[in-house]
Design a protein around this ligand. Structure first.
Ligand SMILES: NC(=O)c1ccc[n+]([C@@H]2O[C@H](COP(=O)([O-])OP(=O)(O)OC[C@H]3O[C@@H](n4cnc5c(N)ncnc54)[C@H](O)[C@@H]3O)[C@@H](O)[C@H]2O)c1
Length: 259
């Protein structure tokens, strides 16, 4: 198993990609701390993983909640070996209409929480015996390419990838690896909402197939597998990377849609 007896904190693990990451980590032997603002969903996921999982209801925008989540992990499992900064909110609004409170909501949830939870956890990783650990930021293809009407989201995701690089070089010599994963279109609520909003479902599916070279959306479990690998010692020489998991979406210059 990749993560036998390693304690891993996953934020936003009450659903979607975070839940899938928690499930793969648990399958690989990890002691998983399921952090989510939705208390019932965190409890549901942790209960389904059994005694080697702990639910913590926390809002990652609140510094006190971040401290409490890390403290709960240490109280229950004795140390922290891995952190997955996954909790996040999507955003879509024209730049000229974006308000300071829109900016605060997206940046505080996606990027500020990632910065300060990493700080809290890395302090503990350095102080424990043996010291060290692995941090993975769940960024997005928006870290390397933009779409109109997503400026705060793009900034937050580029920031998460940049933070991974900055921390990777600052802590490499002290046994802490930090990477980001940049998913493309994943089969979570976002994808279900896109389909529900489409006036023509067939055209919607064809559009996305034409934009994703593997011609399908990605299963959240696939992001879980990559994240578990990065958390594990198998990825011992990988730090500061931004691993793109998008089925080729950002590798292709143009879509194959007919004009
Ligand atoms: N779904 C995609 O296609 C996709 C693609 C690229 C990147 N991502 C990123 O992956 C991450 C997970 O996305 P998802 O699609 O699973 O989303 P989701 O909405 O299905 O799940 C997000 C989880 O985070 C939790 N959460 C939200 N705000 C929180 C807060 N303030 N404190 C604690 N928990 C909070 C939610 O309750 C939820 O359980 C996000 O950071 C997202 O930006 C998603």
């Amino acid at each position: 198993m990749l993560l036998e007896s390693k304690c891993v904190i996953v934020t936003g693990a009450g659903g979607g990609i975070g839940e899938a990451i928690a499930r793969v980590c648990s399958r690989e032997g990890a002691l998983v701390v399921v952090v989510d603002i939705r208390e019932a969903e965190a409890a549901r996921v942790a209960a389904s993983l059994g005694p080697n999982a702990l639910a913590v209801a926390a809002d990652v925008r609140r510094d006190g909640d971040l401290e409490r989540a890390a403290e709960a992990a240490v109280q229950r499992f004795g140390r922290i070996d891995g952190l997955v900064n996954n909790a996040g909110v999507d955003f879509s609004k024209p730049f000229l209409e974006t308000t300071p409170s829109d900016w605060d909501r997206v940046i505080n949830t996606n990027l500020r929480s990632c910065f300060f939870l990493s700080q809290i956890v890395i302090r503990r990783m350095l102080a424990q015996t043996p010291s060290g650990g692995s941090v993975v930021n769940i960024s997005s293809v928006h870290s390397i390419a933009g779409v109109p009407g997503a400026a705060p989201y793009d900034v937050s995701k580029a920031g998460m990838a940049g933070l991974a690089r900055a921390l990777a070089v600052e802590f490499a010599a002290r046994g802490i690896r930090v990477n980001s994963v940049s998913p493309g279109l994943i089969d979570t609520q976002i994808w279900r909402d896109l389909q529900a909003a489409a006036p023509d479902l067939e055209a919607c599916l064809a559009y996305w197939r034409s934009n994703i070279p593997i011609e399908r959306v990605i299963d959240p479990r696939e992001i879980g597998e990559l994240t578990a690998f990065l958390l594990s010692d198998r990825a011992s020489c990988i730090t500061g990377a931004n691993l793109i998991a998008d089925g080729g979406m950002t590798a292709r210059l143009l879509s194959t849609a007919q004009v």
